[in-house]
Design a protein around this ligand. Structure first.
Ligand code: ADP
Ligand code: MG
Length: 566
């Protein structure tokens, strides 16, 4: 380890020289309150910025806020936000060519996620962030670099990483919201519920592309009959609507807030920061949004429970397609989710294939069951719960046929939910329907075993693991499209998926381990060793990964062009 004076000196020496001389700053330096490591130096001012680590052994945060994994994630998330705010305060845009002078820390949106940008425990705090080393053209701007490293960065660290300098009340609130959200999720499981929507929540967003809560929105209020209260460790009694296991319909007229409620449920797999509006709106962590996704690739999926004997006699027990239809893609999405352990499927009629969801009495009369390859979801939904413990929440304003299968019916009326289950059951008797169920076989599927050669992470002679935005995984020469995988929160999760696929191929994929087992292994490794376990040799100290669920890792694998299974 070198003294920081040495770093200062180096900046003076390399000032005005060619950019490659920045390589001379690589190393570990001792500062008054922390250690700084220059891990990676960018090739030129336009390349991906350089990677810096800050290490502090003297953790000033109270031990009680770091006493368990959940609390450490929340504190880390908070520090990341503070660090980012401090960057905004001290750094005002570029100071030279390319990325000169910019500082970036990965700290995401309103979801609280485990990240590699801040790693904290009772005895150490580590921050990883990137810096655009300043230059004019290819000439090093040494004075600017010195200012950045000797003044700006230390100031940011002091402001955001020392407990005495941050708002203790705000931090505690953040940690406790995270903890109580986890608590409620766990409590729901114990009580046989799959989702909880806190009274007073603000569910709608300002726009389709915004994470901000809609101003002046109608606050969520549970109907009396679905109201549950949870005695939380930090917020006392919290009340809201509990959605029980089984089959739940969300009905109501157009524009009354059905999809908004479902979207909040989809993202309730994550905990939300204070001010988001969806704090303590929580969903079973095994919830998977299912939609039609025509055009997607399907590899060897057994969709025979939903589609059998189609014309051209494709084998639907081992169904593959480079360009799936609406109904086959929706069937595959269900099987793939259940294959890796989903216990809650979420559907919105807006994004479902009608012929997959329903076939009514009149259509059954006109088109004989024998002539229809699709077993509509309505004929499987009850069985999935009773025989396999897989619940469904379904937005369905268009067909009352689903009353046959429903356990709970919630009506949205001007953004207010009503429990209309009894009324729906009465209507079922008043207006009986004679549609036949179309199942001849029990629900089931064959397991798949991914082949190692599926993953090709090299691009030329370089390992390529990255993301482009939230929706594209970059893996070797491949781009995996996740634009229809709706429960990703952030692009650093997408990047982590790329790492996870490479990791899974390296360690566990051998054509014998099942998809389910493979994902369990990855989950186990992440639980035991954190996100850093995914970093391959040569990509040590990743600074912009956040933890994805195994459902989304599996979703990416399932959509990979080169994916092959036994
Ligand atoms: P549906 O799926 O029933 O057709 P949406 O959920 O798409 O309806 O909502 C319709 C519109 O109402 C959206 O623009 C949404 O932002 C808005 N909205 C939803 N919930 C609320 C609310 N609680 N308060 C105010 N506006 C809302
Ligand atoms: Mg809708």
């Amino acid at each position: 380890m070198k003294d920081n004076k040495k770093l200062q000196k180096t900046f003076e020496i390399i000032d005005g020289r060619g950019y490659k001389h920045y390589n001379e700053i690589k190393g570990i330096y001792k500062f008054e309150l922390f250690t700084l490591e220059v891990v990676h130096v960018q090739r030129d001012p336009f390349a991906g910025p350089s990677l810096i680590r800050i290490l502090m052994d003297d953790v000033t945060f109270p031990k009680d806020l770091l006493s368990n994994h959940g609390r450490r994630i929340a504190v880390g998330d908070y520090i990341g936000c503070e660090f980012n705010k401090s960057i905004q305060k001290h750094v005002h845009g570029r100071t030279g060519s390319g990325k000169s002078g910019i500082l970036l820390i990965d700290n995401g949106g309103p979801e609280i996620l485990e990240r590699t940008s801040v790693i904290i425990n009772e005895s150490s705090l580590e921050i990883r962030f990137s810096v655009g080393l300043p230059a004019k053209g290819r000439r090093i701007l040494g004075k600017q670099a010195r200012e950045l490293f000797m003044k700006v960065i230390p100031n940011i660290v002091i402001e955001s990483c020392i407990y005495q300098n941050i708002d203790a009340h705000d931090l505690r609130r953040h940690v406790f919201i995270n903890e109580d959200s986890d608590y409620i999720r766990n409590e729901m499981k114990k009580r046989g519920m799959v989702a909880f929507i806190r009274n007073g929540s603000v569910l709608p967003r300002r726009s389709g592309t915004s994470d901000e809560p809609l101003k002046g929105a109608v606050k969520f209020k549970s109907p009396e009959s679905l109201l549950v209260s949870v005695n939380t460790p930090n917020h006392g009694t919290v009340t809201g609507m509990g959605i029980p296991e089984g089959v739940t319909l969300i009905v109501g007229g157009g524009y009354h807030g059905k999809s908004t409620l479902l979207n909040a449920i989809e993202l309730g797999i994550y905990n939300h920061r204070y001010g988001d509006g969806r704090e303590m709106v929580v969903t079973d962590d095994g919830a998977v949004k299912i939609r039609a996704e025509d055009g997607r690739k399907i590899e060897n999926v057994d969709i025979s429970s939903f589609i059998h004997n189609p014309p051209m006699e494709k084998n639907t027990c081992k169904f593959s397609s480079e360009n799936a239809s609406g109904s086959t893609s929706q069937a595959a999405n269900i099987i793939e989710a259940i294959e890796v352990g989903s216990k809650l499927l979420l559907f919105d009629e807006d994004t479902s294939a009608t012929n997959f969801m329903i076939r009514d009495e009149r259509m059954q009369k006109l088109v004989a069951t024998e002539k229809e390859p699709i077993t509509p979801f309505i004929d499987r939904v009850k069985e999935l719960y009773t025989d396999h413990g897989v619940s469904t929440i379904l937005v369905m304003g268009g067909s009352g046929d689903y009353f046959e299968a429903a356990d709970t019916v919630i009506m949205m009326d001007n953004y207010v939910p009503y429990n209309v289950t009894e009324r729906a059951m009465q209507i079922k008797i008043e207006i009986p329907i004679n549609r036949k169920t179309e199942i001849k076989t029990r629900f089931g599927y064959q397991k798949r075993h991914p082949i190692k050669g599926s993953i090709k992470s090299m691009k030329g002679r370089k390992l390529k693991l990255d993301s482009r935005g939230k929706t594209q995984v970059l893996l070797g020469r491949d781009v995996i499209d996740l634009s229809q995988v709706e429960q990703l929160a952030d692009s650093s999760q997408t990047r982590a998926i790329s790492y996870a696929l490479h990791y899974a191929a390296d360690y566990f994929m051998d054509g014998k381990v099942s998809m389910e087992e493979l994902m369990k292994q990855v989950e186990q490794a992440l639980d035991n060793d954190g996100l850093d376990v995914l970093a391959p040799a040569g990509k040590k100290y990743p600074n912009n990964l956040s933890r994805p669920r195994t459902f989304e890792i599996a979703a990416a694998l399932n959509r990979l062009r080169t994916f092959k299974t036994n």
